[in-house]
Design a protein around this ligand. Structure first.
Ligand code: PGA
Length: 254
């Protein structure tokens, strides 16, 4: 089954709303003619309104980096999934290692956020990945499958077409050290095998799997040509419009 490539830019806590809108407009223009790919941007929550209005009517999808587990209430500082959806966000990130590590995000909370977003009609990009110590200990596959199990156990098979999974080895994020295409493909194959076992082969064959971790214009084509890598979640290089567009182009030609 052909899976539409999916390239997403995770802008983390970078840029003001005005800077974000300018970069989003630039990227929208560069990818305007590309239809055989999904391209999404994840600005900071504070920049979401500016980026949504800068990209209205373009092919770009916009996502929010973090959502709360409920749609409203006494949750100081949090982002409501319902509000994000009503503003025009289509996607959300969940389980990113920076949230897991810096904010003690547990698998349980990841699962709750995932369900809250799905119930609101937002599309999750679920991030999983092992640490360097776990890779050295030979437990990368077990760690990733454990994270999948705990995040997706309560997701119904009919909700799975909304889910994208991003494999992001923690040791490759923001470090300039990328997983080799073989290392990435091995884990992607293992994720697809886990999906087959859990949800059946047609859901496994249709689910888009992204690689994330120091993806750039130079290494994207090799990574994206691996059979189970359907796209990329791009941090640093997504702040550079030429580099990000080169990654989108690589995804289309992979
Ligand atoms: P990076 O970040 O491309 O800068 O390594 C990826 C991510 O955190 O999603």
């Amino acid at each position: 089954m052909g899976r539409l490539p999916f390239i997403a830019g995770n802008w983390k806590m970078h840029m003001t709303p005005a800077e974000s809108a300018t970069l989003a407009e630039d990227i929208a223009e560069r990818v305007a003619g590309f239809h055989q790919v999904t391209v999404a941007l994840f600005p900071t929550a504070l920049s979401v309104p500016a980026v949504l209005s800068a990209t209205r009517g373009t092919t770009l999808a916009i996502g929010i980096q973090e959502i709360e587990v409920v749609s409203q209430g006494a949750y100081t500082g949090s982002n409501s999934p319902t509000t994000a959806r009503s503003m025009g966000c289509e996607y959300f990130l969940v389980g990113h290692s920076e949230r897991r590590l810096r904010y003690c995000e547990t698998d349980d909370r990841v699962a709750q956020r995932l369900r809250a977003g799905l119930d609101t009609g937002l599309l999750p990009v679920l991030c999983v990945g092992e640490s360097l110590a776990e890779r050295k200990a030979g437990t990368a596959e077990a760690v990733v499958c454990g994270q999948l199990q705990r995040a997706l156990h309560a997701v119904a098979p009919d909700q799975m077409p909304s889910v994208t999974i991003a494999y992001e080895p923690v040791w490759a994020i923001g470090t300039g050290e990328t997983a080799t295409p073989k290392q990435a493909q091995d884990i992607h194959a293992c994720i697809r095998a886990w999906l087959t076992e859990t949800f059946g082969s047609s859901i496994a064959a249709a689910t888009r799997l992204q690689y994330g971790g120091s993806v750039n214009a130079a290494n994207a084509a090799d990574l994206l040509s691996a059979p189970d890598i359907d796209g990329a979640l791009v941090g640093g290089a997504s702040l550079n419009p030429a580099a990000f567009t080169a990654i989108v182009t690589a995804a289309i030609s992979a």
